[in-house]
Design a protein. Structure first.
Length: 463
């Protein structure tokens, strides 16, 4: 017989349905819990008390490890179990103080809800704002404490309900719908991204109306504005007695462009929000390394303490991380300067021209003294004595002044000139990180030189 399984319905969305665990909704043939592992106790009237659950006798006989497996399978959280409050930045990824304060309030509300689910939480915001991470963190927090959660995207739920009408389906429609609408905690992700057909609207209305009337804990994430969700749902999620609604912002849209030079439109849009450290085509070790590099860069953006040297092949993400740090500063209205080293040397040469709009001294002093400098694509272009001398003057001046500096390079530290190398590897000042991911635009592998690049850390930094 065929079983109803959890299948992704929206290709390309790596944070939701495509990563959901492909397991049956129901876990066993226990007649009491019907495979959920939990039952609702009876009220004196003999009706189920949907406000709380107790472990089924079949689950009580299980070991702690088996119970955790049951919880995770029932939750339908799949690969999103890696998303937790521990790896969610409480202030968000924006450099704006106002945005940080707003995100922290959302973070604290989610933490409080995870500790004691009551009422509804609704997170509204565009893709990339962090709403799915917060919802998954709530689910994982409850699972780790031994409580049942059911997590699903709206589109997947409707697909499963349709498939339950199939005579060969092991799970009947009524049984499936009853399980979802009475889940002790339901997390409905991406509401509004589903089909807008009358049948779909009717099923979701039935589901949410039941949970609202019974005041069952529910978390909803949605992209469309409230006004586009329909009158019945608007009336429910705007009821302050039961619901808390949080509007989240797409942080990369807050980036200003006043400090970016002409020709750097691509870098202007490179932020921490849209840096993909979860690249599914990478080996696990490479993905973990890329995530670590992301967190090293983000920690640096928050402190601007010392230097950060990023090594890696073309397209591995080092320029994106360096640009994200600059954008983080711009969001906080703080100065920063991003320069592509080969073009910088060309500008220095052209500054000797009497017709130049900026003098050589003005340009050179600006680069040496800016509070935050990014030297992108450093190393390979310094082939002439003049180029090496100019770059050394910049490096040495900023090193002596202890000014925050970021360097991206395809070179190994050992391939750089000795005077510059000694400053890059000074553990009192510099953090050197080798990104092991290949070029995201192709299938190339990291070079042997890059794999052998040493990672230097400072003891006072938690990398």
């Amino acid at each position: 017989m065929k079983k109803t399984t959890l299948k992704g319905t929206r290709a390309g969305n790596t944070e939701d349905s495509s990563n959901i665990n492909k397991e049956p909704f129901l876990l066993s043939d226990c007649p009491a819990c019907r495979g959920a592992g939990f039952v609702y106790p009876l009220l004196p009237s003999g009706k189920p008390d949907y406000s709380r659950v107790v472990p089924c006798k079949c689950l009580c006989k299980s070991t702690n490890k088996s119970r955790q497996i049951v919880l995770e399978k029932y939750s339908n959280i799949g690969s999103l179990k890696r998303l937790s409050f521990d790896n969610l930045i409480p202030q968000g990824r924006s450099g704006s103080a106002a945005s940080q304060q707003k995100f922290e309030a959302i973070y604290n509300a989610a933490k409080e809800f995870a500790a004691n689910p009551h009422g509804w939480l609704v997170f509204i915001g565009p893709s990339g704002c962090g709403k799915t991470h917060i919802a998954a963190a709530i689910a994982n927090e409850r699972i780790n404490k031994g409580f049942p959660v059911f997590f699903i995207t709206a589109a997947d739920l409707l697909d499963h309900l349709r498939s339950a009408f199939n005579p060969e389906s092991e799970v009947t429609y009524d049984r499936l719908f009853e399980q979802v609408r009475n889940a002790p905690l339901l997390i409905l992700d991406d509401l509004g991204a589903h089909s807008d057909k009358p049948w779909a609207r009717e099923k979701l209305d039935q589901l949410l109306n039941h949970r609202f009337n019974n005041e069952l804990p529910t978390v909803i994430t949605t992209t469309p504005p409230i006004e586009q969700l329909g009158d019945r749902l608007i009336n429910r999620i705007t009821d302050p007695r039961l619901c808390q609604v949080f509007k989240m912002e797409e942080e990369q849209n807050t980036v200003t462009d006043i400090s970016w030079a002409t020709g750097l439109e691509l870098q202007k849009n490179m932020t921490f929000s849209n840096f993909d450290w979860k690249r599914v085509n990478l080996a696990r070790e490479q993905r973990e390394n890329l995530e670590k590099g992301y967190r090293v860069a983000f920690d640096f953006a928050k402190s601007l303490d010392g230097w950060l040297i990023l090594h890696g092949v073309t397209g591995c993400g080092k320029t994106h991380l360096a640009s994200a740090i600059v954008n983080y500063q711009y969001q906080a209205n703080k100065p920063a300067l991003f320069i592509f080293v080969p073009e910088f040397l060309d500008h220095l040469r052209s500054a000797f021209n009497p017709d130049s709009k900026i003098s050589y001294d003005q340009l050179f002093e600006k680069v040496k003294n800016t509070p935050l400098l990014v030297l992108d694509d450093f190393g390979e272009q310094a082939t002439t004595p003049w180029a090496r001398e100019k770059l050394y003057q910049v490096i040495n001046s900023r090193y002596n002044a202890r000014l925050a500096t970021i360097v991206t390079t395809r070179c190994s530290v050992d391939d750089l000139d000795s005077p510059i190398r000694s400053r890059f590897i000074d553990s009192r000042l510099s953090v050197s990180f080798a990104i092991e991911a290949p070029d995201y635009r192709g299938d190339s592998s990291p070079s042997q030189a890059n794999r052998q690049t040493r990672t230097y850390t400072r003891s006072k930094k938690n990398i």
